[in-house]
Write a protein that binds this ligand. Structure first.
Ligand code: PHE
Length: 356
């Protein structure tokens, strides 16, 4: 009996000693400082290494009476975590001040940041739209996946017109009426069907034709369409607007000429050439030694088109024109191969950085 009391007395004392030790260590750890990596390592050895004071306490833990184990256990864990955290934070603070300021070359340029640039076709498209905006045209857009009516029917294409042929048009297999638009003229119809004149729009967009891909042709390309419908619109107005456009786009000295042509939706129709801006009209391989290059199709809106789209052709007249953005870009930047525009070769695209 006596020995048991003695024993538990001893254990109680042990328990108090331990708690006191833990308390003292907790306070001590708060005050730790280090001035070098060696200091930190010495602290680690003192408190946390196998022979350190904290593992020694833990070894003693088994002598703590069962009813006090929980309380002491919690305290020891607190101490261990605190010692770890303290030593780690000393390490972190020391690491961050460990850089020799002389090692940093503040004159060195930063890593180059790769900036994207606008695509050449976008640059030219924006320029075309900008010129016509200044002439009072507003932007209109329409869907690339279209129906036969807006691409052909409303544009006065006869039912058996060859342009509806599989050769030119991409059809959506399951729905023969749904096609990829072959020209931006479909936007004329999209606007006219819900707007009464005056209408003055410029419509940029991508178009698709079933053509073999080569340096001179692609199965998709870009057009900009223009339409003006109002009372008393004349062919002279059309010619003047196109002359202004050509001079803004290609320079003051640019000449234009109109040659008679045919489109189902314009009457009369014309194709417009500009004096070759590569050789200045002297003759070169680009203009096939004629001094002229074709840039767009145009004409007076056929009265049948106005009627098909709900506009009174006795009251209103209109003109329309359409041009290929690739063609204009080729002329401005002499891109010889159309495929360059869709290959995403950054060496090519970077050449237009300055034009952005
Ligand atoms: N839609 C014609 C084409 O794709 C261009 C054009 C538009 C011609 C408007 C006349 C008027 O070739």
């Amino acid at each position: 009996m006596l020995s048991i009391i003695k024993k538990s007395g001893y254990l109680c004392k042990k328990f108090h000693d331990m708690l006191e030790k833990i308390q003292a260590l907790l306070a001590e750890i708060d005050t730790l400082e280090a001035h070098s990596a060696e200091d930190i390592e010495a602290l680690r050895i003192k408190y946390l290494s196998k022979k350190g004071s904290i593992p020694a306490l833990m070894a003693d833990f088994r002598n703590v009476p069962a009813e006090q184990k929980k309380e002491v256990g919690i305290k020891i864990n607190e101490l261990k975590t605190k010692a770890f955290d303290k030593i780690n934070s000393l390490k972190a603070a020391f690491d961050s001040t460990d850089t020799d300021a002389d090692d940093i070359d503040i004159t060195r340029t930063a890593y180059p940041i790769e900036l994207g640039t606008r695509h050449p076709l976008t640059i030219v498209r924006n320029e075309i739209v900008d010129i016509f905006s200044r002439l009072g045209f507003s932007l209109a857009e329409g869907p690339e996946v279209e129906d036969d009516w807006h691409v052909f029917g409303a544009m006065n294409f006869a039912d058996d017109h060859p342009a509806r042929d599989m050769q030119d048009t991409f059809f959506i297999e399951a729905k023969p009426d749904v096609i990829l638009r072959t020209h931006t003229s479909s936007v004329q119809s999209r606007v006219m069907e819900h707007t009464q004149p005056p209408i003055r729009i410029i419509c940029p967009g991508r178009v698709y034709r079933n053509e073999a891909i080569s340096a001179r042709a692609h199965c998709f390309f870009h057009q900009v369409e223009g339409l003006y419908v109002d009372e008393d619109v004349s062919f002279t107005d059309l010619k003047q607007v196109l002359l202004l456009f050509a001079r803004e786009m290609f320079g003051e000295g640019t000449q234009i000429r109109l040659r008679p042509s045919y489109f189902p939706f314009t009457e009369p129709s014309a194709e417009m050439d500009i004096s070759c801006n590569i050789c200045g009209g002297e003759g070169c391989s680009f203009c096939k030694y004629t001094g002229w290059v074709e840039i767009l199709g145009c004409g007076m809106v056929d009265p049948a088109v106005l009627e098909l789209n709900g506009i009174d052709s006795k009251k209103y007249k209109g003109y329309a024109f359409g041009m290929g953005v690739e063609r204009i870009t080729n002329l401005k930047y002499q891109v010889k191969d159309l495929r360059m525009f869709s290959e995403n070769d950054t060496r090519f695209l970077k050449e237009f950085e300055a034009a952005n």
